[in-house]
Write a protein that binds this ligand. Structure first.
Ligand code: GRF
Length: 207
């Protein structure tokens, strides 16, 4: 599987993907890592792993569509087939979605549809839920609204602070994202378009 990864920040999920690909646990070649933020630490991680990197700043484009078109061009240049968002902080337009139909995945640090959007861990913590987690989903135009592929639950324990919770969720994210990407690489992702007015459902076949 030729994978492109879009990032904006730290890149710990990217690191998990790079490590899994290097060790053979993930049957994927990371063809390019693109950041919309110049100097994002994720870019260093990619470069250290010998993966081509690009910075495409949304600030350099007159519209979201023009920004997405530049990303599509760079992904195509690298023969990318699947795209993984890993802490990419921009909403996608049809320009990017239509270029990779149902081939863009994202990881979110909550059990969707609860707590979409920014700082989901803090939202869950502040709400007082006892179980949160992480979700890998196909990306659509909304904020964390696409069809859910897989989820992992993470308890919020008595005495947790937000840092402890973030850390515990991230550990699960790193495992879950690699697991789902490997399932995709093995052709085990099944998309079942729903009836009119119903949500598209996706599931993973057993290995
Ligand atoms: C993760 O919590 C991910 O779920 C969310 O953004 C964060 C990115 O972290 N979409 P990192 O850059 O992978 O460390």
């Amino acid at each position: 599987m030729n994978l492109g990864v879009l990032v904006s920040g730290t890149g710990s999920n990217l690191q998990a993907i790079l490590d899994a690909a290097a060790s053979g646990r993930l049957d994927a070649t990371i063809r390019v890592v693109i950041s919309n933020k110049p100097g994002a630490p994720a870019l260093d991680r990619a470069a250290r792993a010998g993966v081509p990197v690009a910075t495409i700043s949304h600030r350099d484009y007159p519209s979201r569509e023009a920004f997405d078109a530049a990303i599509v061009e760079r992904l195509r240049e690298s023969s990318v087939e699947w795209v993984a968002l890993a802490g990419f902080m921009r909403l996608l337009t049809r320009t990017l979605l239509d270029a990779f139909p149902r081939r863009i995945v994202n990881i979110h640090p909550a059990l969707l549809p609860a707590f979409p959007g920014v700082d989901a861990q803090q939202q869950a913590f502040d709400y007082g839920v006892k179980i949160t987690g992480c979700t890998v989903h196909l990306v659509d135009e909304g904020t964390d609204t696409g069809p859910i592929i897989a989820q992992r639950a993470v308890p919020i324990l008595n005495g947790d602070d937000i840092q402890a919770l973030r850390h515990r969720i991230l550990e699960q994210e790193h495992e879950l994202y690699v697991e789902v990407l490997q399932a995709i690489a093995e052709g085990r992702l099944v998309v079942e378009p729903g009836e009119p007015g119903k949500r598209t459902r996706v599931r993973l076949l057993e290995p």
